[in-house]
Ligand binder design. Structure first.
Ligand SMILES: [Fe+2]
Length: 384
């Protein structure tokens, strides 16, 4: 067995209604906190009761809402400057991956100084500022991963600030926050979580601890994603929130693979939402990668409830991939060629970015630029 490390320092507080204790938890972090969330979420009213609870609990905080999907380095650097100028010593992030990644990156600059580009080599010197995360989607797992994905506005590529110093102090996971999440967002973020779990399980960096966590996430998502989207019942919503965190722990301690190599290239260049890009490419890239990990993909299929009696591992593995494609269809994930900004002329450039992404090395089969061009073209033409 290969040597491995497993690192999960975040305190996880899970349960419907647990956010009632947020002031108590926030006070453990510091004297004055920056509440990082996005304007869209503010408009939904979801943040209001949290703000009310912080005020009632006498938590000193300023509000920071300059968050964009696919967070940009320049916004993060402004956030850190604001924090330094206003005596901020801790952070609360409310939102999806964009808010949590922005808060982590602001926290990294607060304690390490410099700009985002200084810290993309896993070279953080100090732990980030204390951070409490409240995920409001069931996808990114950012509350338990040690990475912040940042759009580099100079190169239009995605950079990553990472390392054990980049860990969240406390995650409060309360599925009441997704009670009214539109089905389309629940579906695409849920497919992001499924992609994390599948890639963590099939990738070359998997280990026995991440395997157990990844399969547990795959089972929960497979059993509950459709019901969560269609019925918004508390049991399914709880299951999706737990699965998203589990999947984050799995890939945070293993890796993702080539689905993410593509989705991150697309996010940086076209601003396609991360979950949607993953949902589009999960089945095609898995189909392409089957030959490198047939047994592993067969395990995924069995965990998704496909029975394996009398069938070859190849058949099982392939049916698992069909199930992933069917899920994307049932969740009405848009097709790749439905995005008007997508132009096959860009595929060589995107393939170059995908091929050099760190996670590409951990895909079950090696993929070079030409392979990525083939996959993107085949998906664009509806052939894979
Ligand atoms: Fe992801």
């Amino acid at each position: 067995m290969k040597a491995f490390e497993f690192f999960t320092p975040t305190q996880i507080i899970f349960g419907r209604g647990c956010l009632a204790q947020i002031a108590e938890e926030a006070k453990k972090l510091g004297e004055k906190t920056l509440l990082v969330t996005d304007k869209g979420l503010m408009k939904t009213g979801l943040v209001d009761p949290i703000i009310a609870a912080l005020k009632t609990g006498d938590v000193a905080f300023d509000l920071w809402t300059d968050i964009v999907p696919n967070p940009r380095d320049v916004d993060i650097e402004r956030g850190a400057e604001y924090a330094r100028a206003h005596g901020i010593d801790s952070l609360i992030a409310i939102g999806g991956g964009s808010s949590m990644d922005t808060a982590k990156a602001i926290g990294a600059l607060m304690t390490n100084g410099g700009v985002c580009a200084d810290w993309i080599e896993g070279n953080l010197k100090h732990p980030i500022a204390p951070l409490l995360c409240v995920p409001t989607t069931c996808g990114t797992g950012s509350e338990v991963t040690h990475e912040s994905i940042v759009n580099n506005t100079k190169t239009l590529e995605k950079d990553c600030i990472w390392g054990p110093e980049n860990s969240v102090t406390t995650a409060m996971i309360d599925s009441t926050v997704i009670d009214h999440l539109p089905g389309s967002i629940l579906g695409s973020t849920g497919m992001d979580a499924l992609t994390h779990a599948v890639e963590a399980y099939v990738c070359k960096a998997a280990n026995p601890l991440t395997n157990g966590v990844a399969l547990s996430a795959i089972r929960l998502i497979s059993d509950h994603i459709l019901s969560a989207v269609q019925n918004h019942d508390p049991e399914s919503l709880d299951a999706m929130m737990a699965a998203s965190t589990l999947a984050g722990i799995a890939f945070g301690n293993a890796d993702v693979a080539s689905v993410h190599s593509i989705s991150e290239a697309l996010g940086g260049f076209y601003d396609i939402p991360h979950g949607v890009a993953n949902a589009i490419f999960l089945a095609p890239v898995s189909r392409y990668s089957l030959k490198g990990a047939v047994k592993r993909y067969a395990d995924v299929a069995k965990t998704m409830g496909i029975s394996g009696r009398g069938e070859s591992l190849e058949d099982l593995a392939s049916q698992g991939v069909d199930r992933m494609a069917a899920l994307a269809d049932r969740l009405e994930i848009p097709k790749f060629n439905a995005f008007e900004q997508v132009d096959p002329k860009d595929f060589p450039r995107l393939a170059k970015t995908a091929a050099k992404a760190d996670e590409t090395e951990d895909n079950p089969v090696m993929m070079n630029e030409q392979d990525f061009i083939e996959v993107m073209t085949a998906v664009y033409e509806g052939r894979l």
